[in-house]
Design a protein around this ligand. Structure first.
Ligand code: DX5
Ligand code: ZN
Length: 225
């Protein structure tokens, strides 16, 4: 496979599937990744709780790869900029939770992060069509946010395809990300529908060799994109 095909694909392992008390060693296992995906949950927007800015700051200081922060929190308008200040390469908040998504995206960019917006499986993407220039990445959730290890929802693929078609029509450089249930048996359909950035938790950290798992996922996605 030509290297340039693989260059358009990003594999972002989710540390939700990592061993939290051995974080430094877990991060060292995914040095081949493009970004490390950091799931921040507040027990309010989703029924689960992970960690906040202090932990993310330590991960930022320790990680061999840049951080892709996924905020599953209420009131991102108030809390998201802090994650950009820490130095996260990208900060993604949920469209369902934001009051002023465009203003928030501009604020994140002004701090120096890529601005991302995420939609849950039941949230339409059409309202994002006129906002494509305001975001650097759009995350189409392929499970209900809150937990790792759930099954991929293929019914989200038509929505992803509509978004990818619209982005192409407008000549947009926005990255299209999928998250939830991504593994060797599901990544091809997401790539085929137009995703270029793939979050994988259990499929990477559950593998005996996470580096090999990342390479395998990258190869399948590049072949299907
Ligand atoms: C789910 C999180 C995901 C999760 C993915 O709410 O946003 O990032 O860690 O885990 P897997 O790949 O195991 O479905
Ligand atoms: Zn996530």
């Amino acid at each position: 496979m030509p290297r340039h095909d693989q260059d358009r694909i990003r594999i972002n392992p989710s540390i939700l599937a990592a061993d939290f008390v051995n974080m430094q060693a877990e991060l060292a296992r995914i040095a081949e990744a493009d970004f490390v995906h950091v799931d921040v949950m507040d027990n309010h927007f989703v029924p689960n709780l992970t960690f906040g800015p202090q932990m993310v700051e330590r991960i930022q200081a320790t990680s061999p790869v840049p951080l892709d922060v996924h905020l599953m929190i209420a009131d991102p308008d108030r809390w998201a900029p802090e994650y950009a200040e820490i130095g996260a390469a990208s900060v993604t908040f949920h469209l369902e939770a934001a009051t002023e998504p465009v203003a928030l995206a501009r604020r994140l960019r002004s701090i120096g992060a890529r601005a991302g917006v995420a939609v849950k499986p039941a949230t339409p993407v059409e309202s994002l069509f006129d906002l494509l220039d305001d975001f650097d990445q759009i995350l189409v959730m392929t499970v209900e946010p809150g937990f790792g290890g759930q099954s991929f929802m293929p019914e989200t693929m038509p929505k992803l395809r509509r978004l990818a078609d619209e982005a192409k029509r407008r000549g947009s450089a926005v990255w299209l990300q999928v998250d939830g249930g991504i593994g060797e048996s599901t990544i091809a359909q997401a790539a085929e529908a137009g995703a270029d950035t793939f979050v994988a938790g259990s499929a990477v950290f559950g593998a005996a060799d996470p580096g090999l798992a990342i390479t395998a996922l990258r190869g399948i996605a590049a072949h299907s994109h």
